[in-house]
Ligand binder design. Sequence first.
Ligand SMILES: [Zn+2]
Length: 284
Amino acid sequence: MRGRRPRSEGLSARPATLGPVTVPSLGVHVGAREDDANPILEAAESGADGVQIFLADPQGWKTPKEHPHAAELRDGELDVYVHAPYIVNVATTNNRIRIPSRKLLGTHAVAAAAIGAKGLIVHGGHVLAKDDPTVGFDNWRKAFARQQEDGGFPLPILIENTAGGDNAMTRHLEAIARLWDQVGEFGAGFVLDTCHAHASGLDLSTVVDEIRGITGRIDLVHCNNSRDEAGSGRDRHAPLVGGEIATEVLVEVVRAAGAPVILETPGGPAERAEEIAFLRSALA
Ligand SMILES: [Zn+2]
């Protein structure tokens, strides 16, 4: 009988001086499927600690209905995040988009709080090329200020950086800084999407410190690779391994941010399970 190797001498053994490692909560985005699909099961198939879901069609204006698995989501172990529809644009100067956007953010916040979500993720939005971006930042302030008059949002609103557009509220650092001058005091949170950061032209080796310097916080990392070159402005997510971003760079961003993670990578539970396992061991 061969002797067993002592476990502590494996490749992943760390010097005791580094202290205990805290691997953040690692979750998966579960896309819109059939109405009765159970996101908890899909998250479990991926070995995830958390799940991000939509509560309504991501391209539509419908008010969210009660989630069929609301009680399980609320009372279960998973960290739950809700992504607001992509069409929400709180910043825009177009009343016919901005007013329903604000309303939809409000109804999603209530529905997300009802399932115990830790945050509602919403893109920073944009104004048109001809517009003064100051108006967009101010529209964000108004959205929070009006909500505060009604008692505030029932859960954290986490604003995500976006990949493209010339007059976007959360593409460039200068814009994020101007936005935070308006919304920081309301307790707005920040989601750092690595694919969007790369595509927007931000430097992934410094972005965590730069964002924290502006917002004071990173509440969530959307850990995605990119199919496009840096600065392309294109929003096409790729698997953790095999995109334009070196996988080690993604791991370093997650490590530096020290925040919960959601994967919005392509593929189903099998691919996600591999990525979750990979991240878990890379961070340990
Ligand atoms: Zn994202």
